[in-house]
Write a protein that binds this ligand. Structure first.
Ligand code: HEC
Ligand code: HEC
Length: 234
């Protein structure tokens, strides 16, 4: 087994790698554009769902306070046996489970009565899920699931998974594709929101780790977004 030697990382090669690629200009979206895109994506859901607990009844249950909500738990709504079963087995709506469910409701919950094929595009789905968690978060709750503004700004970048794969080469010298190794945590499959939050915290110094501080300090927002997309979809 190869041992990890964090101090041998060649920071100059890292920098030139990044400098070369910043010129692959990636268009950026403002926060307002992110909110607009989330809203647009939700249009395909709005015929069946409202966001507020006291909104008018539709074919599907309301989605208020969705983050952390137990599946099939809106009182008085008649769920399918399939979704009720999943709920009994512990299904809770989080960024990960919503991403899986919305990719293909019928595949994730066979027998669900949600008549919707799914959102196949991973980047679109990610924007929709993050927007949805944010839009339905209870502002008064102490355990707010609202996404931090700086994290949202990165997630709203137009991300390119191929570019992320290219940048990830440097990360994989330490972060092994098969899981954690030698004190380096696994980042494969890490949800995009958590991934971005971690990198930003290394970049702003909230999280202190010498190597990751250097790594994060060299990453522009568009690069973080591309890496987050790539690792979250592995
Ligand atoms: C044609 C109507 C329809 C559309 C369109 C639709 N849904 Fe649903 N949705 C439902 C129904 C019906 C259920 C209840 C499923 C069950 O009981 O199996 C549901 C359930 C859900 C749940 C689980 C709620 C809970 O209380 O556990 C979520 C989350 C959800 N939908 C989100 C969405 C999102 C996001 C979209 C758009 C991308 C969407 N739905 C599109 C009808 C729809
Ligand atoms: C020289 C080794 C090394 C390299 C190269 C490296 N990392 Fe890390 N990374 C670490 C270590 C060690 C930690 C744990 C640090 C800590 O304890 O906070 C970590 C932590 C992380 C975390 C937080 C994981 C979590 O679950 O909280 C993320 C995300 C991450 N790295 C992403 C990256 C990305 C993206 C790259 C490439 C741009 C990269 N790393 C390059 C060693 C490395």
């Amino acid at each position: 087994m190869k041992t990890v030697q964090p101090l041998l990382i060649n920071n100059n090669s890292m920098r030139s790698l990044l400098v070369c690629c910043v010129s692959i200009a990636i268009s950026t979206m403002s926060m307002a554009a992110f909110a607009q895109e989330g809203k647009n994506l939700f249009r395909q859901c709005a015929s069946c769902h409202v966001l507020e607990a006291d909104g008018p009844a539709r074919i599907g249950p309301h989605l208020a306070e969705l983050g952390g909500r137990k599946a099939a738990s809106v009182a008085g709504y008649r769920y399918s046996d399939a979704l009720l079963d999943h709920s009994r087995q512990g299904l809770v709506w989080t960024e990960e489970t919503l991403d899986q469910f919305l990719a293909s409701p019928a595949a994730f919950v066979p027998g669900t009565k949600m008549g919707f094929a799914g959102v196949s595009d991973a980047a679109r789905r990610s924007v929709l899920v993050i927007w949805l968690l944010d839009a339905t978060a209870d502002a008064n709750s102490t355990e707010s699931t609202a996404i931090r503004d700086d994290v949202k700004a990165v997630l709203s970048q137009e991300a390119d998974a191929d570019y992320g794969e290219y940048l990830a080469g440097e990360c994989l010298t330490c972060h092994k594709a098969e899981g954690s190794a030698g004190g380096v945590p696994s980042i494969v499959g890490l949800p995009a929101e958590r991934f971005v939050r971690a990198i930003l915290d290394y970049r702003n110094g909230t999280r202190t780790n010498q190597v990751m501080g250097l790594m994060a300090g060299n990453l522009a927002d568009a690069e973080i977004a591309a890496l987050a997309l790539y690792f979250s979809t592995l």
